[in-house]
Ligand binder design. Structure first.
Ligand code: ADP
Length: 494
């Protein structure tokens, strides 16, 4: 019996987890803690950085108290994390000077408008691949420097450090307090020049960020320092932002591979190879997880804000379902010709529309429309939105997608996955184990540790179900044009 193991630390928006994988990629143990969410004002979202560290340590140690496995059997640790979330700490005390400002937090949106008015948009787009938005770290960091008493002065004196959650974890977990990050996380800060692969001096200047605050950027599969667990020193050999780690876990280190994660939102990433293309069509360009001695690969990213969240809306607000899992049987019970469109623009529309003013709407109601049709329309919208993003990507890249690989909570829904294949006219492949994000982080670490080779990903992430397209072309066109029409109507200013 082979007794090597790899650990993934998965620090997400709502929970902190440690996951133990065996060399076959099976999950042996998961330890998890719920993370407290702070909403100090409307639109503000914060986490306590010290709670994150405490939970990460506890869950890591639980893996060894709740199994017979000893830390010296663990070859390496990989980290995957909620992206963009920003922490600033004092390097003399190691203590954060403010809570972590979470990616969802939009307190800096009016500052973003100022930046756009200053004409910074093109520069940001062409050098970072991003749009100017409160979502990314740069304006959150600017807020902390300008609103926490004494922060600016301390930063100028070289006493403060900045990091996304990966950096914060590594700084606290490693023996020699390493201040590092990886390419995939750096590319989400809006401070990293993704063409030149270095922190962007012009943007640092714009945001008033001293270079001394920034972590060293490393290859995603490299040595990030050692963590001591029960007296055993284990190396961190992998780091990847959650969406890029999921792409990696799907084997997306090759151009042309795309994945879609159906969680609260939906995030589609497509590996576009070695060429940096700056954003068009409402898509972001980002750096995929990087490998030693290999050129950087870029990915196009389409972010859909409301995915599984609309299923939660059916349950919590409309109260027409008790559980998300009920929706599959309900949808299968409706004849396919009934078309009700639910446009879930509850938080505006993300990619490829980026229409912050759009509001949700339901179209196609008749006297015989019941709750089942509304449920089905809500599920279908996840698939239609995915098609919108995919078409935008294909237009940019001129490539034809051969298959879509999926993961995330709502990918458990067989109706949705079949409808996705039908509406895209592309096979949809779902792995047996849908924890692909954690697997991606473990895989980055396992590669460096020599436990796995790149070609092993197909053995580790086995496709369990393939959904083949099975819809008439005429019906597909009719349904999708009905969706586009509904979106168009939603975007009309009332
Ligand atoms: P996150 O990582 O964003 O918290 P998850 O990947 O855990 O999200 O997925 C949870 C989401 O998936 C929820 O929004 C839930 O409504 C949705 N979901 C879970 N199971 C199903 C199902 N069987 N059918 C449809 N949606 C589902």
């Amino acid at each position: 019996m082979n007794e090597d193991f790899i650990i993934a630390l998965d620090q997400g928006t709502t929970s902190t987890r440690s996951i133990l994988f065996d060399v076959e990629g099976n999950i042996v143990k998961i330890s998890q803690k719920k993370l407290t969410q702070y909403y100090p004002k409307s639109g503000w979202v914060e986490h306590d950085p010290l709670e994150i560290i405490q939970h990460q340590r506890e869950t890591l140690e639980n893996l060894f108290t709740e199994t017979d496995i000893h830390p010296n059997q663990v070859k390496a640790i990989g980290i995957t994390n909620q992206r963009e979330t920003t922490v600033v700490w004092d390097k003399n005390t190691g203590k954060p000077i403010y809570n972590a400002i979470v990616w969802l937090d939009n307190r800096s949106k009016s500052y973003c408008e100022e930046l756009k008015n200053k004409g910074l948009e093109n520069y940001v787009q062409e050098n970072t691949g991003l749009v100017i938005d409160a979502y990314f770290s740069a304006t959150k960091l600017h807020w902390i420097l300008n609103n926490v008493l004494g922060a600016k002065e301390k930063a100028a004196a070289g006493d403060l450090l900045f990091g996304t959650i990966d950096s914060w974890l590594i700084y606290n977990l490693t023996e020699d307090k390493k201040h590092v990050t990886d390419h995939s996380n750096a590319s989400r800060t809006m401070l990293y020049n993704c063409k030149e692969l270095q922190w962007d001096a012009h943007l640092l200047n714009q945001f008033g960020v001293p270079k001394s605050m920034l972590p060293v950027v490393q290859t995603s599969s490299s040595n990030f320092g050692n963590v001591v667990v029960k007296g055993v020193s284990i190396p961190i050999y992998g780091v990847g932002g959650d969406q890029q780690a999921a792409l990696f876990g799907h084997g997306g280190f090759k151009p042309g591979i795309a994945k879609n994660t159906y969680g609260t939102g939906c995030f589609m990433l497509l590996n576009t190879g070695e060429k940096f293309v700056s954003l068009k069509n409402g898509l972001l360009t980002t750096i995929a997880c990087s490998l030693p001695d290999e050129p950087i690969n870029y990915a196009l990213e389409g972010s859909i804000f409301i995915g599984g969240a609309s299923i939660q809306w059916l349950r919590n607000k409309l109260q027409i379902i008790n559980e998300a899992t009920e929706t599959e049987a309900i949808c299968n019970s409706i004849p396919p010709l009934e078309d009700v469109y639910v446009v879930p623009a509850f938080a505006g529309l993300g990619a490829p529309y980026w229409d912050a003013k759009a509001k949700g709407a339901i179209y196609g109601l008749t006297l015989d429309t019941g709750k089942a049709e509304i449920i089905k329309g809500t599920l279908d919208a996840l698939a239609y939105q995915t098609k919108d993003v995919l078409l935008a990507m294909q237009k940019e890249e001129g490539i034809e997608l051969k298959k879509l690989q999926v993961d995330g909570g709502a990918s458990a829904n067989n109706y949705l996955m079949q409808f996705q294949a039908d509406i895209l006219n592309v096979p949809v492949e779902k792995p047996k184990m849908i924890e692909v994000t954690a697997l991606g982080a473990a895989f980055l670490a396992g590669l460096k540790a020599g436990v796995w080779k790149k070609e092993d990903i197909n053995k580790l992430n086995k496709t369990e179900t393939t959904y083949l397209p099975n819809m008439d072309e005429e019906l597909r066109v009719k349904k999708y044009s009905g969706w586009l029409d509904a979106v168009e109507r939603t975007r009309v200013d009332y």
